[in-house]
Design a binder for this molecule. Structure first.
Ligand code: FAD
Length: 426
């Protein structure tokens, strides 16, 4: 039985309906090279043809000029502003990560460095870091300071090079809807608007969980898997297992998204536009200071170019701002920033006349920060209570693959528990 607090399943990866078109509640892309996610998509019946691929690479605007980053047929990332030396370094790095399995990359000794330190240690120029790595990986990891540990960065590089970045044809919410249908087809239940307030234990039975409380009712269960974002998991485990609850004391990486409906398309093509303009706030505050970062739009994606190409002149556009652990920026300030970007990128574009802001989606916990040392200390599927288990990205790494991989792992551990306790409890 899946108990979901929200009105529908999907959590951070849900999709809006804007005039009958799917638009994600925040820009996301899946990598087809994500191993556990690929297995799950097959299992729930989402096929390759349901996954719409972006053109390889992305477009960057640095405030004055355009540039394209891309992957070549040989799977090497490239960027046209790169010097020959940076291109050679990138090719070496690409070859290196391609040769190492994903699991080994994630566990690599590079975990001790942050991404920025690692890139400097590899000899990349300031221009390559500021013009290429920061706009791209700053958005992927919701971390413009590039503080994530370098082993995670190397894993993401491999994902970028090995496959395609895709969006399911009905938006990311399709994955959770189909997964929920698969649960029900196999005899399970999915209940929405069912917020668990407590894991109920039986003190006479070695403190084992006997179920969970929802709206005052106790739902009995042989095993409980907590698969929520960090603050909710911490609250549910606080009285049961302080050590695990403490290990979930993570720092958020927040993202705010403005969702627009445009009567005229801003740009063509299945691509994202990265804002590679120098970040005055970040420079002023130093690399550690997201608090000092001026609110800005970091990425723009006309999602309808991918999901509903050729459907009239209009477009649905997502404008993403990464704000780390700082408060969400004022949407009016972001909207003004988006209008300025639109007129810089497409001179004469009548933004004010054609753009309608249809939603503002704030995700204070879009991801969690993984500077060096954090991933090693994350809890795994077990807790201090025999029949209470943990899943969710907070037990692996802050991505869809982290969430799905953690679910696979928790399922194995629960199966093992049930095999050892064949007749126990309700
Ligand atoms: C804007 C944005 C962009 C992103 N971009 C990418 C990307 O490009 N690629 C990528 O791989 N990842 C990306 N991510 C990260 C990815 O979406 C998450 O890592 C992943 O969805 C986490 O899934 P989860 O199941 O662990 O947690 P969640 O999706 O947060 O699900 C947890 C669920 O638990 C429910 N819940 C909480 N408390 C309770 C309770 N007490 N009782 C019952 N239910 C409860 C919540 O309502 C929620 O539905 C992005 C995230 C955001 C927000």
């Amino acid at each position: 039985m899946v108990l979901e607090a929200g009105p529908e399943v999907g959590g951070r990866a849900r999709t809006l309906d804007v005039g009958g078109e799917p638009v994600d509640r925040g820009f996301q892309s899946l990598f087809t090279a994500y191993p556990a996610t690929s297995r799950m998509l097959r299992d729930i019946g989402i096929r390759k043809r349901d996954l719409i691929a972006f053109d390889r690479g992305a477009v960057v605007h640095d405030g004055t000029r355009w540039s394209r980053m891309g992957t070549s047929v040989r799977g090497t990332l490239g960027f046209e502003w790169f010097s020959a030396a940076d291109t050679a370094r990138l090719a070496r790095l690409g070859a290196e990560v391609a040769a190492v399995p994903s699991g080994a990359l994630l566990a690599g000794t590079e975990r001790g460095l942050d991404t920025h330190e690692y890139l400097v240690s590899k000899g990349f120029s300031d221009q390559a870091i500021a013009g290429f790595f920061r706009p791209l990986f700053g958005v992927i990891t919701a971390d413009p300071g590039l503080h994530s540990d370098a082993a995670y960065f190397r894993f993401l590089m491999k994902m970028l090079l090995r496959g395609r970045a895709v969006v399911p044809v009905a938006g990311h919410g399709m994955i959770a809807s189909w997964a929920a249908a698969a649960v029900e087809q196999r005899g399970g239940q999915v209940r929405c608007r069912a917020r668990v307030s407590e894991i109920v234990t039986d003190e006479d039975d070695r403190g084992q969980a006997v179920g969970v409380r929802v709206d005052g009712e106790v739902i009995r269960a042989r095993t409980v898997v907590v698969a929520t974002e960090a603050p909710a998991a911490r609250a549910l485990l606080a009285d049961l297992d302080r050590q695990t609850a403490r290990a979930l004391d993570l720092r958020p990486r927040g993202v705010t998204t403005l969702v627009y409906s445009l009567r005229t398309s801003l740009y063509a093509g299945r691509t994202i536009i990265l804002n590679g303009a120098p970040d005055d706030g970040l420079a002023g505050a130093g690399r550690d200071g997201e608090h000092g970062r001026a609110p800005r739009i970091d990425l723009v994606c006309q999602e309808s170019n991918l999901l509903r190409p050729g459907m009239g002149d209009g477009a649905r556009l997502l404008a993403t701002s990464v704000h780390g652990d700082a408060d969400a920026p004022d949407p009016d300030v972001l909207a003004a920033g988006m209008e300025t970007l639109a007129s810089t990128w497409n001179r004469g574009f009548p933004w004010a006349e054609v753009a309608e802001l249809v939603d503002v989606v704030v995700h204070p916990w879009a991801q969690f920060a993984v500077p060096p040392g954090v991933r090693e200390d994350l809890p795994d599927a077990g807790t201090g209570v025999d029949n209470v288990f943990l899943a969710g990205d907070v037990t692996m790494h802050p991505s869809v693959e982290g969430a799905v991989g953690s679910g696979e792992r928790a399922a194995r551990v629960v199966q093992g528990y049930l095999a050892r306790h064949p007749s126990g409890g309700a």
